[in-house]
Design a protein around this ligand. Structure first.
Ligand SMILES: [Zn+2]
Length: 194
């Protein structure tokens, strides 16, 4: 009498080379119904290798054509050399660079001021009328705390609105429960979840 073969023992035909091979000759693949890749290990390795060499050849060809068209080969420069070069370039162009920075700042000061003003107005709009003097004092203390944290740690701290005043879905209030004192870095990298 023939003993029924368990499913996991039955050999499998490779999709690529068409050879029937034991299941151990196939890599696992959770997306496949039988949990194995359709092509055998040997074919997978061969394909990976072929792609690697094709990429390598393509890369070589790209550089060969660049040099043929007269482009300079990339230079390997030491960090010190690079620093020296940058420093002397800065010295030569100092006036021009500083003038450029000044120009940028003056052109952007108006925009920055407008942003600040808009934020102030948002904050005012988000401050409930029902806040008591004590509530306001508690809010002020959070800002004071941020200042003290900065003084003690030498780092910049922000008073952050846990739920932003201008959230995409909900907007928070300018109340002490919605305020937290956090490191400025943390504040700037915080993603807007609201
Ligand atoms: Zn194969």
């Amino acid at each position: 009498m023939m003993r029924a073969m368990r499913f996991s023992d039955s050999p499998k035909t490779c999709r690529a080379c068409g050879v029937e091979k034991p299941r151990g000759e196939f890599y696992a693949h959770s997306d496949m119904a039988d949990g194995l890749k359709g092509e055998c290990k040997e074919c997978t390795k061969a394909r990976t290798k072929a792609r690697y060499f094709a990429d390598h050849e393509a890369n070589k060809e790209y550089h060969r054509q660049r040099y043929a068209s007269g482009a300079k080969p990339p230079q390997v420069v030491s960090k010190e050399k690079r620093r020296e070069y940058n420093a002397s370039k800065y010295q030569r162009n100092r006036e021009k660079i500083l003038a450029g920075v000044k120009k940028y700042q003056s052109e952007n000061r108006a925009a920055a001021n407008a942003r600040k003003k808009a934020y102030k107005e948002t904050k005012r709009g988000a401050t409930p009328k029902w806040l008591t003097d004590h509530d306001k004092l508690v809010i002020e203390q959070k800002y004071l705390l941020a200042g003290i944290h900065g003084w003690v740690t030498g780092m910049k701290w922000h008073v952050d609105h846990v739920i932003p005043l201008r959230g995409a879905t909900v907007s928070g209030l300018h109340v002490s429960d919605n305020l937290q004192v956090i490191l400025a870095e943390e504040n700037l990298t915080k993603s807007n979840r609201f």
